[in-house]
Write a protein that binds this ligand. Structure first.
Ligand code: SF4
Ligand code: SF4
Length: 288
C-alpha cells in the first residue's frame, strides 16, 4: 500500500507525520519510507538511517553537431521546455531546462543531435530502525526534481507499506510523487493560508482520482476555516495535532514525535487503520 503525505505549502508537518507513521507501523508491517522532497529531504534527521548504498541520477541532454545541422528549427519547435533554440546558423541548448525527453534527437532529420548524461542528483538507501529508508537529493542549483523522484520511487518499491514524503506545493514534483498512490494524506494548518493551500491540494488529488484525508497540525491556534471547509466538502479529518510547546521542542531537537512522546503511537496506528479503511472502500467501489 502506498501512502503519500503531501501539503499545499511547506512547514505544515509532513516530515513529522511521515516519520511518526513509519515508526508506529514498523513493528507490525514491512515499512518503507521514501523521502521524495528531493530539494530538501529531512526525514533522515528524525530517522537517522544507516545509509548502505547510493546511485547517481542522470538525464540525457542533447549535444548538437553543427557541421551536420541544416538549422531547420525542428528541434526547437518540438521542445516544450524551450531547452533548445536555433538562431541563424547556431543551435543553442539550455541543459538546465531540458527534461531529457529525447524528442529533439528523435526528430532531427540530419541525425545531428546525440545525447550525453547530465548528473542532477543522487538516490540513497539504507536502514532506519527496521524501516527501509530511501531518499533523493537534487543537486543544488538543479531544477529537474521529477527524474530524481522517479528514481526514488523505483528504489522504494517494497511489498509492505510505502510512505512517500512529498515535496510541498501542487506542481510537477508533487504530482510525480503522489500519482500512483493508494491514498494521499494532506497536511494543513488552521489559518487562511493553510486553507488556501489545502483547497489547491484537494483539487490536485481529486483530479488524480486518489482517495484522501486531512491532518490538521497546530490546532488551537488560527481559525475554524479549515474545519468548516472539510465539513462542507465532506473531507475526513483523520488527525488533529495541537500547537504544543513540547511537540515543538522535540521536533526542534530532531526527535520523531512518537519517539519523544510514545503516547502518540496508538494515534498513528489508528490513523493508518482509518487510511486503510478509506482506501479499501475506494478499491471495492471501483471493483463494483
Ligand atoms: S532539428 Fe537537427 S538539423 Fe534541424 S536545427 Fe535542430 S539540430 Fe539542426
Ligand atoms: S530532450 Fe526534450 S526537453 Fe531536452 S531539449 Fe530535447 S526536446 Fe527539449
Amino acid at each position: 500500500m502506498i501512502i503519500s503525505v503531501a501539503s499545499g505549502k511547506g512547514g505544515t508537518g509532513k516530515t513529522l507525520v511521515s516519520t511518526s507513521l513509519a515508526l508506529s507501523l514498523k513493528d507490525d508491517y514491512d515499512v518503507t519510507i521514501a523521502d521524495c522532497d528531493v530539494e530538501e529531504p529531512n526525514d533522515h534527521i528524525f530517522l537517522k538511517p544507516q545509509i548502505t548504498g547510493n546511485e547517481p541520477v542522470n538525464i540525457q541532454v542533447p549535444v548538437v553537431a553543427e557541421e551536420k545541422c541544416t538549422f531547420c528549427g525542428k528541434c526547437a519547435k518540438v521542445c516544450a521546455f524551450n531547452a533548445i533554440a536555433v538562431f541563424g546558423n547556431h543551435v543553442l541548448t539550455f541543459p538546465q531546462l531540458c527534461h531529457g525527453c529525447g524528442a529533439c534527437s528523435y526528430l532531427c532529420p540530419e541525425k545531428a543531435i546525440t545525447e550525453e548524461d547530465r548528473h542532477i542528483g543522487v538516490v540513497e538507501w539504507g536502514d532506519a530502525k527496521g524501516i527501509e529508508f530511501v531518499q533523493g537529493i537534487l543537486t543544488v542549483g538543479e531544477a529537474m526534481a521529477p527524474p530524481v523522484i522517479r528514481q526514488v520511487k523505483e528504489r522504494a518499491c517494497g511489498e509492505g507499506i510505502i510512505i512517500r514524503d512529498a515535496p510541498p506545493g501542487t506542481s510537477c514534483p508533487v504530482v510525480e510523487t503522489i500519482r500512483d498512490s493508494d491514498f494521499c494524506l494532506l497536511l494543513t494548518e488552521p489559518t487562511p493560508f493553510g486553507l488556501n493551500d489545502l483547497t489547491l491540494a484537494v483539487e490536485t488529488v481529486k483530479e488524480l482520482g486518489i482517495p484522501f484525508g486531512v491532518v490538521i497540525n497546530r490546532t488551537g491556534a488560527g481559525d475554524a476555516g479549515v474545519e468548516d471547509y472539510c465539513k462542507k466538502e465532506k473531507i475526513p479529518v483523520l488527525m488533529r495535532i495541537p500547537l504544543d510547546t513540547e511537540i515543538a521542542r522535540i521536533y526542534s531537537r530532531g526527535i520523531a514525535l512518537v519517539d519523544g512522546m510514545p503516547g502518540w503511537k496508538s494515534r498513528f496506528v489508528q490513523l493508518f487503520k482509518d487510511i486503510k479503511e478509506i482506501a479499501d472502500e475506494r478499491t471495492d467501489s471501483v471493483k463494483r
